[in-house]
Structures are given as C-alpha cells and as structure tokens.
Write a protein of this length. Structure first.
Length: 417
C-alpha cells in the first residue's frame, strides 16, 4: 500500500504514526512545501521572541522519519492531484503516486485586502520562516515601529514576543475586546490591563482602513482616521484553509474540505484532517473548521487509522481554548456568554483571578477562567457529559480558590473523568 500525506505538521505527522501502528510495511511519503522537519507551529512565537531556536521546537526527535520508515519530501509544493490516476504533481516536475492520500495542508493567514496591501513590510505569522524573517528584521533595525493587526490568540502571542525582545508594539483590534471568541469582556479586560502595563498600546473597536508607503510600509490608517507610523505590520486576523488541491480535484469543499467522521472526503481513498478539514460540530449542529492543534492531532490519528484499514470515527470533543499571555493563564470551554432567556452566569472576579460559569438549569454549558485554569478539564467533562453541576454555583459563591481540589470532595464521581 502506498500512502501519500501532503502536509508535514500536526495532522500529517500524527496520521503517519497511526498508519505505522497498523501497517508496518506500506510505503509512507510525507511531502511539504516547508523545508524543515515537522515543528510545533504553536511555538514559532518563542523563536520570534528569541527564547527558542528552530531545533528547540521540533515536533519529533531527530531520526524520526528513518525510525518510522517515512520518506520525507521537504521544501516541495504539490501543485495538483489527479484522483483518477492516483498521482500528485510537484512544482519541480516530479510525480508521486498513491493508493491512499491524506490532505493535511492546513491553513494560511487571512490578509485583509485594503489599499496598500502589496507593500513590503506586511506579513502573516504562520511559519517558522515568518518568525525567523521578522526576528531578523527587528534585530537589524532596533526601534522599528511595529503594528500587530488582530485580537486573537496568534496576535497576542506575537505581541508578547515583540515585548519580550524589548520592542514596542501597537495592537489593532476590530472587536471591542481582545480574544472575543475565547473570553468574555471582563476576562479580556484582565489580559488587556496586563498588556497595557507591559507597554503595549491597544486600539480596540477600530479596524484597519489602509496601508501607506512608497514600496515599503510607512504607516497604517485606521477606520477612525488615525494614522500610526509602522515599518512592519504583522497580520493575524484568522486563517483560511488551503483548499486549492481539493478544489482542483473536484472534492466536496465548503469552508474546508468536507469530511465524514472517518476523515473521508467525497472521493474514495482521499482523506483530509486538521485545519483544512470541515467536520460536523455537534455543538453548532453544522459543519465547521476547528483550526486548533489538538483537533489536528485527533483528526490526523483517525485519518491514519482509517487509511490503514481500521474503521475508527473521530469523536469531536468539546473545544477547550487555553493559552498564557505575559504570565497570565486564560482558558474557556463551551459557551463564553450566556444566551438570553434560559442561561445564566455565576462569576467570581478578584484581582488576577476570574472564574465564570454559564448554566442552563442545573447543567454547565460554558466556563471562562483567568488565573488558575486547572479546573477547565473538569468543566469540559461536565459540559460534554451533561452531568448535573448545580453544586458548582454554591462553591463558586464561596469564592474557593483551589477549586480543583475542592471539586473532588463535592463531586467524587468526577474522579472517573
Ligand atoms: C503562532 C501560532 C500560534 C498558535 N497557537 C495555538 C495554540 O496555542 N493552541 C492551538 O490549539 N493552536 C494554535 N495554533 C494553531 C495550530 O498551529 C494549528 O491548528 C495546527 O498547526 C494545524 O495543523 P495542521 O497539520 O492541520 O496544518 P498546518 O500546521 O498548517 O500544516 C500544514 C502544512 O502543509 C503544508 N502545505 C500546504 N499546502 C501544501 C502543498 N500544496 N504542498 C506541500 N505542502 C503543503 C504547509 O506549508 C504546512 O507545512 C497556532 C498557530 C500559530 C501560527
């Protein structure tokens, strides 16, 4: 059996390992347009910050590809796939053949098309190459004015990295708060204050209108007419799945490549996983792309097992978002804001510690934490399993700080989680 995996990251590498668990003899080829062995994309901002070197963020130890008998074709882009003839064509002319194909092509930054967007000095932050290039630019030009566009996880990590290098940054956020998908306004406020204390200028509720410059970026204009001097704009306003290969091959594509619970696409023998795949989300009751690392790993594993002949459904988990910014930990799961009517929230808000639970009757439907986030896994479990959780209201009301430890006393059945 010949397995071809396009994409050498969370989904692709996990799929290759899963295949090898079952098929010890089949030929596995991983191809990537990035030149590096697989690395942890989520840590590229550590490289940008100067806290890690590329070799420190590798996903697997040296020798991984040899140990798993994987042929790695790196630094080469696949430009077309031909499902009927079981072939994939590389930009440099070579042809790869397959019996089973996995599209684990991930996603790319969504760059807003405002006037001036072709100027030099505007970049996304998705690859190790992006991080190395920006780090070099900042090293070469101390005091370079930088704007970071976007209020999500990646922009905050980029901003933290810039501050960590001793630089300054202005953060431009369209929403009235940072991390609007992950946190409510009070929790976001704690993060915003921490960032402001660290010297970040945050412009909330204001989008980018245009870039300005002669060939090179010199300034950005905001919708309110304000001009901000900037020689570098790092844009992190979400991602778009890399769908070109799937579209060219006539696969069923929506927001992402549409897959069933076995990660199968509309074409037999072709699978998709990770940021490029759109799977059914039982919470939203519709197909959705979950562009997060754990999802890529779960889907990659299911894809690999199915490619190698098992029949294993990828069970969509309740999504937990967790991150750390400037030493503050934040996490959320389920509903961040209660729906009007039949949902209500219980909040404990103290300095450096924020804990909010969202209930529908006696059931937990969401949680937001800033501070000690250890309880988030238990909340996720309570939400996923829909166990009665009314006892939590009482305990939160008592402002208990080490909530995880206390929870085991009041709800011993949680130990099974
Ligand atoms: C700075 C940053 C911080 C992040 N932080 C977090 C976090 O804290 N938590 C979290 O859950 N997630 C985080 N993410 C998101 C996470 O990295 C992604 O969800 C994850 O990498 C998706 O893995 P993937 O394998 O689906 O795709 P990707 O990691 O995008 O890999 C796809 C690979 O396929 C290659 N490729 C695409 N097309 C072709 C082609 N035609 N030919 C050859 N190769 C091709 C791409 O170049 C890429 O190497 C972060 C992302 C970034 C950029």
């Amino acid at each position: 059996m010949r397995y071809l995996i396009i994409g050498n990251s969370a989904a692709g590498v996990t799929a290759a390992e899963a295949i090898r668990k079952i098929d010890t003899k089949g030929e596995i080829t991983i191809v990537s347009d990035e030149p590096y062995p697989a690395y942890s994309r989520i840590f590229i901002t550590n490289v940008l910050a100067g806290k890690a070197r590329p070799e420190n963020i590798l996903m697997r130890p040296p020798g991984f590809y040899e140990e798993f008998q994987i042929k790695a074709v790196l630094g080469q882009k696949v430009v077309q796939i031909d499902p009927a003839n079981h072939e994939a064509y590389l930009e440099k002319g070579a042809v790869l053949t397959f019996d089973r194909l996995l599209l684990a092509t991930g996603a790319s930054p969504q760059l807003p098309s405002v006037p001036g967007s072709g100027l030099r000095g505007i970049t996304g932050m998705r690859t190790l190459a992006d991080a190395l290039e920006v780090a070099k630019r900042i090293e070469d030009t101390p005091g370079l004015p930088v704007v970071v566009v976007g209020g999500g996880l990646v922009s905050l990590k980029v901003t933290e990295a810039l501050i960590g290098r001793g630089g300054e940054a202005t953060l431009i956020v369209k929403s009235p708060q940072v991390l609007s998908q992950m946190l409510d306004e009070r929790a976001a406020g704690i993060i915003q204050r921490r960032m402001a204390d660290a010297g970040v200028t945050i412009r909330l509720g204001c989008d980018l209108r245009a870039y300005e410059g002669e060939g090179e970026l010199e300034a950005v204009y905001l919708e309110d007419g304000q001009e901000i001097a900037a020689r570098l704009a790092i844009v992190a306003k979400g991602v778009r799945p890399n769908l070109e290969l799937a579209q060219g091959a006539g696969l069923h594509v929506n927001q992402g490549i549409v897959v069933n619970p076995y990660q199968e696409t509309s074409r037999e023998g072709i699978y998709a996983a990770g940021d490029v795949a759109e799977a059914y989300d039982p919470v939203r009751q519709q197909g959705s792309v979950n562009a997060m690392w754990p999802n890529a790993v779960f889907q990659g594993e299911a894809a690999g097992l199915n490619m190698a002949g098992q029949r294993v459904a990828c069970r969509p988990g309740t999504r937990v978002n967790a991150a750390s910014f400037l030493g503050l930990q934040a996490a959320s799961v389920g509903r961040v804001r209660p729906l009007d009517g039949d949902e209500e929230e219980v909040v404990v808000n103290r300095e450096g510690y924020y804990h909010k639970l969202v209930f529908r009757e006696e059931f937990l439907v969401g949680a937001v934490i800033v501070g000690d986030i250890r309880s988030i896994g238990h909340y996720r479990w309570l939400i996923a399993e829909q166990k009665p959780a009314h006892f939590l209201r009482r305990e939160l009301g008592r402002k208990i700080y080490n909530f995880s430890a206390y929870r085991l006393q009041v709800a011993p059945w949680c130990r099974e989680a």
